[in-house]
Design a protein around this ligand. Structure first.
Ligand code: FES
Ligand SMILES: [Fe+2]
Length: 334
């Protein structure tokens, strides 16, 4: 088992291929369904550069669109979530309703007049699974097929009862696959996360690849915010269990050498009495993530120079790395 060749981590052409063959073709986990529960609520997101938004109509139906005006392609909504009563393009003020129909194109002129029905927003796919929101530009398969064996894995976890507490974003200078390779193995825990290492029984750390996801488990030795189970799902989202909660994240490329990880933290109790404990869990989690970002940035630099090409993967610890890299290679046809 060898590592995927480093040239695929630093090539702008590879990122373009990944955009069209992985990010445009897969379901992307965008956040909590509760963020778009109310009529007129929207969530706008970036998927490897593709701008999209999800909007709950006044009729209660959830729809998703390319976040792009049909006139000359301006971005309609800033990334983020909120409420909107229709969508007005900031550029020349074309106005769309909650179903994506073009309602007006002010000052367009009438020689010839515009046929409004010809220029609705372009719809994309949206779905919800157990309280988690997903969208897809041109999915290769249904969401449930993409999730593979995950529904069974999480059957006994009450994930839809957890409430979104807060969101966070971590950005770092490394290719999205450098970070993913790191996420799907625990081999680096002794070297990179000494505090975390001391709190688990590392000898029992187990990593297994399954249809659609990688599972990592390890019994905590002492009081640790993690519950000892971390999941990564193809192609780029994660779910880690806490006592009474979880986080999810999406690993999103900003460029070939820069990545953002978008975190959502959920708990079963959001009362003020638990705030200090929740804050401590989130801070502890983000401190671990920062340690990962630092080692990934240094690794990416070595890939950039071309000095490193490949190395051997451990079957004891890096089955998840192999699974992820094989799926990338398959999608890219390499
Ligand atoms: S690009 Fe939107 S109105 Fe011109
Ligand atoms: Fe790590």
């Amino acid at each position: 088992m060898l590592n995927l060749d480093a040239r695929y981590y630093v090539s702008p052409d590879t990122l373009l291929k990944e955009r069209s063959s992985i990010f445009a073709r897969s379901w992307q986990h965008l956040g909590a369904a509760s963020q778009v529960a109310e009529p007129n609520a929207y969530l706008a997101a970036d998927i490897a550069g593709y701008k999209i938004f999800v909007l709950r109509g006044k009729d209660g139906v959830l729809r998703a669109f390319k976040n792009m005006c049909r006139h000359r392609g301006a971005q309609l909504l800033e990334d983020g979530n909120g409420k909107c009563n229709g969508v007005r393009c900031p550029y020349h003020q074309w106005l769309y309703n909650d179903k994506g129909d073009l309602l007006s194109a002010p000052w367009f002129g009438d020689k010839p007049p515009i046929v409004l029905e010809d220029w609705p927003l372009e719809a994309i796919h949206v779905d919800v699974w157990r309280g988690l929101l997903f969208a897809a530009l041109d999915p290769e398969m249904s969401l449930i097929e993409q999730l593979g064996a995950l529904p069974e894995e999480l059957a006994d976890e009450p994930i839809e009862t957890y409430m979104l507490d807060r969101q966070d974003k971590v950005e770092f200078d490394a290719n999205w696959k450098v970070y993913t390779d790191n996420f799907v193995e625990g081999y680096h825990i002794p070297g990179i996360h000494p505090g975390f290492f001391a709190a688990i029984d590392f000898k029992q750390f187990a990593t297994t690849a399954h249809k659609g996801f990688v599972r990592m488990t390890c019994p905590p030795r002492e009081d640790l915010f993690y519950r000892g189970k971390w999941l990564w799902m193809w192609p780029n989202w994660t779910l880690s269990l806490f006592e009474g909660g979880m986080n999810t994240s999406r690993i999103n490329p900003l460029s070939v050498g820069r990545t953002e990880q978008l975190y959502n933290f959920y708990f079963d109790d959001l009362t003020p009495a638990t705030k200090a404990a929740r804050d401590k869990t989130i801070a502890g989690n983000l401190a671990v993530v920062q340690e990962d970002c630092d080692v990934c940035a240094g690794t990416h630099k070595n890939y950039e120079t071309g000095m490193f090409t490949t190395g051997p993967l451990s079957s004891r610890h890096e089955e998840g790395v192999h699974y992820f890299q094989q799926r990338v290679a398959g999608a890219l046809g390499i």
